[in-house]
Design a protein around this ligand. Structure first.
Ligand code: SF4
Length: 295
């Protein structure tokens, strides 16, 4: 077990800690994606369980999600002034780092999005949690048998179709170009939404699933409709990928997964990510340890 003692503002990590199955399960898409993007970061976040401090990026995402949730679930009059006041209330009570000046530029997109949903759908779910066990049976989100789980921003229900919507605030605060944002989102989001479709199908089976994401930066909804989606088959494909990772990591310490050479390769591959990485100080510490170990 590692000790949570603060030294030089860093939590002391026991880098010899071996990965247990409890560290890995339940799987979420972000956990899986974190492993694929940078296994080192994955260790810091999910194995050593170092929480990152709330920053302006996380606060902006959370603030926007809360605004949309309130607008969809509460009987509020929809206009720009009310949305702005709602955002200000969220900033003062829940998200102090929520950047209201930036948010203001996107109010009209959010207003139009919420109006569209309220006008066209009588049945929808907002911010709901779904989970399933290893055999693809529905279980409560906090269940100890939960193998795969996800929190879904919006589910639009129709008799023959389910539409799953994920709200994306990507690239707003760091001024990324829309082309760049969409490149990343299209690649990752449809994969993530497919996971969600499998989970939702356990409670709401349909023949057709529309996977969509609402890009706040330009106010557009991007979608992909999948007819006759075999969600069971989808789940077992996902499960196989996850079991492969579990077999690779279980009972191993980071030193059995990352050596000096693979560390260098990851640093090179993640150059841009490293710049914004919340774990950079821990990563430098690890680098020193690897140097000593492989000297
Ligand atoms: S600094 Fe870069 S290599 Fe290190 S954990 Fe973060 S993303 Fe990974």
């Amino acid at each position: 077990m590692y000790q949570k003692t603060i030294f030089d503002n860093l939590i002391e990590i026991n880098f010899e800690k071996e990965v247990s199955i409890e560290d890995l399960r339940p799987w979420s898409f972000s956990k899986y994606d974190s492993y694929l993007t940078c296994p080192i970061k994955f260790f810091f976040r999910y194995i050593y369980k170092i929480d990152v401090e709330k920053n302006k990026f996380l606060a902006f995402g959370s603030g926007v999600h809360l605004v949309i949730e309130k607008l969809l679930t509460k009987p509020v009059t929809l206009n720009e002034k009310i949305i702005l006041n709602l955002a200000k209330g969220i900033k003062s009570k829940i998200e102090p780092l929520f950047d209201i000046d930036t948010f203001e530029s996107y109010i009209l997109y959010i207003l139009k999005f919420v109006e569209k949903i309220k006008k066209n759908y009588s049945k929808f779910e907002v911010e709901t949690s779904y989970a399933c066990d290893e055999n693809f049976s529905y279980v409560p989100y906090e269940s100890k048998h939960s193998f795969l789980r996800g929190k879904i921003d919006l589910i639009l229900e129709q008799p023959l179709e389910i539409q799953i919507v994920d709200h994306k605030t990507t690239g707003i605060l760091n001024n990324r170009s829309l082309k760049n944002i969409l490149g990343t989102l299209k690649d990752k989001s449809y994969k993530q939404l497919l996971w969600y479709a499998a989970l939702v199908s356990l409670k709401k089976p349909r023949r057709t699933y529309t996977l969509s994401f609402f890009v706040i930066k330009n106010g557009k909804i991007f979608f992909r409709k999948i007819e006759n989606l075999d969600t069971r088959k989808t789940f077992f494909k996902i499960k196989n990928r996850l079991l492969k990772i579990e077999r690779k990591l279980e009972n191993k310490s980071i030193f059995e997964i990352i050596d000096k050479k693979s560390f260098e390769v990851l640093k090179q591959k993640n150059k841009k990510l490293c710049f914004y990485c919340d774990y950079i100080k821990y990563c430098k510490k690890l680098e020193k340890l690897l140097e000593k170990k492989y000297w």
